[in-house]
Write a protein that binds this ligand. Structure first.
Ligand SMILES: CCCCCCCCC/C=C/C(=O)SCCNC(=O)CCNC(=O)[C@H](O)C(C)(C)COP(=O)(O)OP(=O)(O)OC[C@H]1O[C@@H](n2cnc3c(N)ncnc32)[C@H](O)[C@@H]1OP(=O)(O)O
Ligand SMILES: Cc1cc2nc3c(=O)[nH]c(=O)nc-3n(C[C@H](O)[C@H](O)[C@H](O)COP(=O)(O)OP(=O)(O)OC[C@H]3O[C@@H](n4cnc5c(N)ncnc54)[C@H](O)[C@@H]3O)c2cc1C
Length: 646
């Protein structure tokens, strides 16, 4: 064990194990997660570092691993979805798998949209993996749902739908598992009796069940990407492909072609809401991994000098702490927000299953906004962690390049982040309702008293200074008032309308304000949920260290967005000047606990797959050992010498 890292652990002021329990949701859950993690010792999962393999080898290794996972899940009798998720995230490490989409999109779509008869037919096939599925929605030319071109036309004479990609731009593009899957949920515009009824989901068989040869359908892999090398994102061109009427999910078409309207057309989009909710938790996980790597490495890395003494640990540099500790605070904040998002998703979708759709719009808005907010922040954060590790951060052995390449598409998939933020801007509607005297419920209820508070741009000196920057509840309150930026967005729309612009143009001409308002709303939610969580934590040592992190999270966010807080008169210039001073104090308070705080995330070394983030801190000898395994070192003289240099 590296002596620096041993010393760091001795400095901790709290019980790391107890904090792990809080993050897991209780000691029992930690125990179970650790039992599941023992799978890492299974020799059937031994594999080559994917960084040393070609794309095709990576795909093959990933498919082998996925198949092993299925067999082991059966062998160990793991069937609870949360446990399957935990198991898979341990085995997958930092990479995705081709069969991932079967689990996260295909199966959930079947579960939520099959009627009884369809469930009886498709669920046994899909849960036994005879049917391997993908989710084919996006097209070469469009992702915007109303713009999708694939058609499903009902033919009452044969009781079939005819699925067709009429143009090049209508070819399905991006669905994972292009080579792996034999079925797809295809989203297509439904036509019956000559009328378009919008987007609906259909189950389409793509490949022969025994030979895996494609049916008369063009299907394949779209080629190498920025990351996602294990995943065969695919293309799919349908040329008048016929499927039985029974393959339409939720069966909205009667045998005579009559269309039966669903309770809400948006239920078809439910799987996206599900994944967006999951991505909030994924952001927390990846932020936590990145911080673990960068903070452990910073504890064992010595460089330059502060005084003329032995070289200090780089974690002692104030600038290094300023780079990493706000991200550590973010990892904790997002962990609690992820728990909230999961609970909220299951609560509201439970109500939806009972026929109560009243909270569907809010679930959509909150999951879209938090997905965008947390993935954007984490995306930037991983790169800060990588750069804070200097040159070794650039090596794939650090795992940080892979974490970035695998994570960055979360800002794009399941709804591009700006587009998602504009969906959250539905709070403009809530604002208008509140202004008209309607009492809002839930997370939007803070808009009820906006009129009285009346936050708007005016000189700060005209307002009393409300905020004690050392008081977390005051900080939450000021984030709440800043979220009233929605008022500026609403006003911008109003001004545009007064210029006789159409509602659509007024919306587009106010989009920057709308995205800012959504961002402020999500930021408020994160600060509030982090602060609320503290009241549940009884252990005084843990409460203290998490309160310090929450304060850092809140103050750092204000420092980054100082313009908003000043403009709204929420903080005075002298208070603003106090914030960097307080941030520096907080960095010093966090410093002795930094390694313990990342240890509490409890990532086994095999899950981190990072030479820099090793628990024992023995970085250098392992960096050397890793480099020696590079395929270029397989021979002492590379064949290129003989071919070109000799
Ligand atoms: C952890 C492991 C991970 C690991 C995961 C790894 C694998 C991931 C693989 C990735 C898979 C994918 O990307 S799958 C493809 C994902 N594709 C997307 O996400 C597409 C994003 N685009 C969209 O969702 C849409 O185009 C959107 C932007 C919402 C616009 O759609 P429309 O034009 O139909 O809607 P609008 O006219 O704007 O809005 C109509 C009304 O519907 C509401 N509305 C819109 N969407 C709604 C929804 N989902 N639920 C409820 N309501 C919704 C709006 O609020 C409006 O309400 P009112 O104002 O009240 O009427
Ligand atoms: C790794 C990966 C896996 C994927 N897996 C799947 C899958 O399994 N199944 C599937 O169906 N799809 C999948 N996708 C596709 C994915 O869902 C889309 O790429 C995503 O929804 C974004 O759409 P787009 O690519 O068309 O971007 P665009 O919408 O073209 O975005 C490009 C730019 O235009 C801007 N823009 C677009 N619309 C607006 C607007 N209304 N207002 C303001 N700005 C706007 C965006 O902000 C962005 O800056 C995957 C994508 C990736 C990268």
């Amino acid at each position: 064990m590296n002596p620096d890292i041993v010393k760091e652990r001795q400095n901790a002021s709290f019980d790391v194990q107890k904090l792990t329990y809080i993050l897991d949701g209780g000691p029992e859950k930690t125990k179970r997660r650790r039992e599941i993690s023992l799978v890492l010792n299974d020799p059937d999962f031994d594999e080559e570092d994917p960084n040393f393999l070609s794309r095709s080898e990576r795909y093959e290794q990933a498919v082998r691993k996925s198949a092993q996972m299925i067999l082991k899940l059966r062998e160990y009798g793991i069937s609870d979805p949360a446990e399957i998720n935990c198991y898979k995230s341990v085995v997958r490490g930092n990479f995705h798998e081709s069969l991932g989409l079967h689990y996260v999109m295909f199966l959930p779509t079947l579960y939520s949209q099959c009627d009884q008869e369809q469930s009886k037919k498709w669920l046994p096939l899909a849960t036994s993996f005879e049917v391997l599925g993908t989710y084919a929605q996006t097209e070469l030319g469009h992702t915007h749902l109303r713009g999708l071109e694939t058609t499903a036309t009902f033919d009452p004479t044969t009781q079939e739908f005819v699925l067709n990609s009429p143009t090049v731009t209508s070819i399905k593009w991006w669905p994972g598992a292009g080579k792996t899957s034999n079925h797809a949920v295809v989203l297509a515009q439904l036509y019956t009796r000559g009328k378009c009824h919008g987007l609906h989901a259909f189950i389409v068989q793509l490949r022969h069940m025994d030979t895996h040869e494609p049916l008369p359908i063009l299907v394949g892999d779209i080629g190498p990407k920025f990351g996602f090398s294990e995943v065969d994102n695919g293309f799919l061109k349908l040329d008048h492909v016929r499927i039985p009427r029974e393959n339409m999910l939720m069966k909205h078409v009667e045998p005579d072609g009559r269309y039966v309207k669903p309770a809400s057309a948006k239920l078809t989009y439910g799987t996206m809401v599900f994944i967006r909710s999951l991505l909030v938790g994924l952001s927390a996980l990846v932020m936590a991994k990145s911080c673990t790597i960068a903070i452990r490495y910073s504890a064992v890395r010595h460089q330059s000098e502060i005084r003329s003494e032995p070289e200090p640990q780089i974690l002692d540099y104030q600038t290094q702490q300023y780079k990493l500790f706000p991200l550590l605070a973010t990892a904790y904040a997002f962990s609690f927000v992820g728990q909230y998002m999961t609970e909220t998703y299951y609560r509201i979708s439970g109500d939806i299953n009972q026929g109560d759709l009243s909270e569907l719009p809010e679930l959509h808005a909150v999951s879209a906004g938090l997905k965008a907010f947390t993935t954007w922040t984490t995306n930037t954060g991983i790169e800060v962690c990588r750069m804070s590790c200097g040159g070794h951060g650039y090596s794939r052995s650090s795992a940080l390049p892979d974490l970035y390449a695998e994570f960055t598409p979360t800002c794009t998939y399941e709804g591009e982040n700006t587009v998602m933020m504009l969906q959250t801007a539905y709070l403009v509607k809530s604002y208008r309702q509140a202004k008209a005297g309607e009492q809002l419920r839930g997370i939007m209820s803070y808009l009820n008293d906006m009129e009285q508070r009346h936050v708007r741009a005016h000189p700060a000196s005209a307002r009393p200074a409300l905020v004690d920057i050392n008081d977390l509840s005051d900080l939450v309150e000021s984030y709440k008032l800043r979220a009233a930026l929605v008022e500026s967005a609403a006003k911008s729309i109003q001004q545009e309308l007064q210029k006789r612009r159409s509602h659509e143009d007024a919306w587009n001409n106010s989009a920057i304000d709308l995205v800012k308002a959504s961002d402020a709303h999500c930021h408020y939610m994160v600060v509030k949920l982090f602060t609320d969580k503290l009241s549940e934590i009884g252990d005084p040592d843990i409460n203290l260290v998490l309160t310090t992190l929450a304060q850092l999270y809140a103050l750092h966010g204000i420092a980054l967005n100082s313009g908003d807080f000043l403009q709204a008169g929420l903080l005075t210039v002298p208070q603003m000047q106090q914030i960097p001073v307080r941030i520096k104090e907080l960095l010093c308070l966090i410093r002795p606990n930094a390694v313990a705080l990342v240890d509490a995330f409890d990532f086994p070394d095999k899950v981190l797959s990072s030479v820099l983030g090793r628990y024992d801190g023995n970085v250098y000898e392992n960096l050397f050992e890793w480099a020696r395994r590079s395929p270029l070192n397989a021979t002492e003289v590379h064949e290129s010498f003989h071919k070109y240099l000799k």
